[in-house]
Design a protein around this ligand. Structure first.
Ligand code: SF4
Length: 362
């Protein structure tokens, strides 16, 4: 059983962000009430396919730490009670500007055992380009706060390909986080999302500000560095010390079903992919409303399974590969896929063209 909870509130909107979130605190209490309603109304479905998986609950956003800790903690307790979940991986995303040791202690007490910190960079010029509200010091304090409270499973996000960012800055950031005891790093290339202030600033010409070769060098350089330091790339954008992989995200990549609560949350239950409206007021009014529902037939499920499996370092197994032999052969010839004893994985070159590879399976 896997559960995602979306907390769509942020202190300020970052100019590059395409996630659904709003600023302002006014509707937060009513929002958490609506979440409880939705959780209460959900039938408990147990997928047989997921047997043996750890249970996972993931609070993402937005910025969960922007909301009062008691709202977040009560919701976690409520979910665990309603779904009878004693043990599992329970993650909360936090941002350095709305997080401190007190919050960390309260999260831990409520049962959260994994924390994901939106560090993005430890260089103030990069953070300022990204319009983030924290600086290097704030980011390091957030990591310290999580550690001091007793979290051992700490993940940090790092952004690469930011205009003005130097390759060595990125590697230095990674090294500092590893030295601080961070066990998991998610790495994201800056993307220009539609309708964001960054679209106006860089739309269609990001490569004039960030050389594409530099961005690729950063990506591979960071993966290699993390690997050498014992954080293995277990997915296209994620590296972790063995045993600290995100079980929640691994469930997505294995094609498992998951609940999704909250405005703008996307879920997958009973072979149906669904999404809630990206509108807090509408969600508060009707938390059960879904704006899209797509039933996946067996063929669609298999195709998704291929694409998701290829994101992981484990790759797709031989059984799955045989079902899509033409696509596999084509991409192997192009040098994008390579054979392993168990099946196929993306090559280094394939990592750069992963979207093209995926299209052949969809
Ligand atoms: S804090 Fe995160 S979710 Fe909120 S606007 Fe910034 S990037 Fe988006």
């Amino acid at each position: 059983m896997h559960i995602y909870v979306h907390i769509p509130f942020c202190a300020r909107k970052c100019p590059y962000c395409g996630f659904y979130s709003i600023t302002g605190e006014k509707s937060i209490p009513a929002y958490f009430e609506a979440l409880k309603k939705e959780i209460f109304e959900q039938p408990v479905i147990c997928s047989t396919e997921a047997e043996g998986d750890a249970k996972t609950i993931y609070f993402g956003g937005g910025t969960p730490s922007f909301a009062d800790a008691s709202c977040v903690c009560d919701t976690l307790r409520y979910i665990r009670e309603m779904f009878s979940i004693d043990e599992g991986e329970f993650t909360v995303e936090v941002n350095p500007n709305s997080f401190n040791e007190d919050k960390a202690e309260r999260y831990l007490e409520a049962g959260f055992n994994r924390i994901s910190i939106g560090v993005q960079s430890l260089h103030d010029d990069v953070l300022s380009t990204l319009g983030r509200l924290h600086d290097r010091e704030g980011a390091l304090k957030a990591v310290d706060a999580a550690k001091s409270a007793g979290f051992t499973n700490i993940s940090c996000d790092l952004m690469l390909g930011v205009p003005g960012q130097r390759e060595e800055d990125l590697y230095e950031d990674a090294q500092i986080l590893i030295d601080a005891g961070v066990k998991h790093i998610s790495m994201y290339s800056l993307m220009i999302e539609e309708g964001t202030p960054f679209e106006k600033r860089y739309g269609g010409k990001l490569d004039e500000f960030v050389d594409e070769d530099l961005e690729r060098r950063m990506y591979h350089g960071l993966r290699d560095l993390l690997s050498r330091k014992g954080l293995f790339p277990y997915e296209i954008s994620n590296c972790a010390v063995r045993g600290f992989e995100s079980l929640h995200n691994l469930a997505y990549w294995k094609g498992r079903e998951y609940y999704a609560f909250g405005a703008g949350a996307h879920g997958y239950l009973d072979s149906v992919r669904f999404a809630h409206p990206e509108d807090v007021a509408e969600y508060i009014n009707d938390p059960m409303k879904r704006i899209t529902e797509e039933v996946l037939d067996e063929d669609a499920k298999l195709r998704e399974k291929c694409m998701l499996a290829l994101r992981t370092s484990e790759g797709m197994d031989n059984d799955l590969a045989r079902k899509f032999q033409d696509a596999v052969d084509k991409n192997e010839k192009l040098g994008y896929l390579m054979k392993t004893p168990a099946g196929y994985t993306l090559t280094r070159k394939g990592l750069d063209f992963s979207n093209l590879v995926f299209m052949d399976f969809l």
